[in-house]
Write a protein that binds this ligand. Sequence first.
Ligand SMILES: Nc1nc2c(ncn2[C@@H]2O[C@H](COP(=O)(O)OP(=O)(O)O)[C@@H](O)[C@H]2O)c(=O)[nH]1
Ligand SMILES: [Mg+2]
Length: 344
Amino acid sequence: MAAKTPFLVPVGGFLGSGKTTLLIAAARILKEAGQRVGIVFNDQSSELVDTAWARSLGAESREVAGGCFCCRFSDFIGAADALPEMDVIFAEPAGSCLDLSATILQPLKRDFAGRFRLAPLTVLVDPGSIDAIRQDADMRFLFDGQLAEADLVAFSKCDQYETFPELPGVRARKLSARTGVGVRAWLDEIFGGSVPAGQRILEVDYRRYAEAEAALAWLNCSFTVKTVPPLPPALVVGPFLDRLEAALTGQGARIAHVKVVDHCATGYLKAALTANGQEPTVEGDLTASGAPRHEVILNLRAVGEPAAIQAIVERSLPGRAAVSHMRAFRPAPPKPERRVPAVV
Ligand SMILES: Nc1nc2c(ncn2[C@@H]2O[C@H](COP(=O)(O)OP(=O)(O)O)[C@@H](O)[C@H]2O)c(=O)[nH]1
Ligand SMILES: [Mg+2]
């Protein structure tokens, strides 16, 4: 019996650019059309809001944790293989990741051509965050590198914007995972074969890359809160995120992405920030009623010292939070398992 050869669809973009939201929306569209779809998430650490959120929404997913796809290439292949009989496998690399073409796409083309049909590397750009990202030299280095190696660039969250910036040399598509505008057209384009996969190779100074990634503190934390009287998830997550944002901003820590998900007996809720001073985006059961126990996961990526960021988080936690996992660190220097420095 011939095994299926699934499409493998890499979707990159800076922290908070909208990758997870797009992949969940795209998975839903494809599932409605009868396709089997999985998502492989990636992060520097375990306890991921994205994986928990995708599962709450019924998306089949796996995660590769503890390093980027490039450094965990074998785990990435293992995770993709562990999604059986798929038509489409989406892959979301960590939002600070660079050099995906040489370390993921070219090795896939060279060594796994029969196992996967590789789609072009889409890189998402949130038009509203470009200026803030480019104010910081390290974040700018990562962001510009991601753009330079994209096969296809799309402006995300286009429901929020009326005008779009010019990106020199780039024809950016526009889409919104929230309203669905442009998502089908994007899927048609990546599956249509008109855009080849892995057309560019980035010249990367790995010392500079390591330094830029290490400017970010990465913090993942899981905790349980028992509330008396029972509170709706919005009243647990909202005030926590408000305190955290105010404290980070007060200490001058530039937010790249802060996301919180709360699961409780009455529903689930996710809230996220992608910049300081922003109103959180909230998704899920906004009207869920009170529940006595809340399981909360926080993923925070900000420019700053991990120990200082952890102290801010600890001060901002809800009273009586029982912390089961807390890890704050800088990403280790990337060491790709395979690097193919020419287009295959
Ligand atoms: N308005 C709007 N917000 C979006 C859209 N897509 C994502 N977001 C929000 O942007 C934030 C970051 O999205 P996420 O998918 O987690 O980004 P990722 O870090 O690239 O995976 C979340 O608060 C989302 O709700 C969109 O199409 N429209
Ligand atoms: Mg994500």
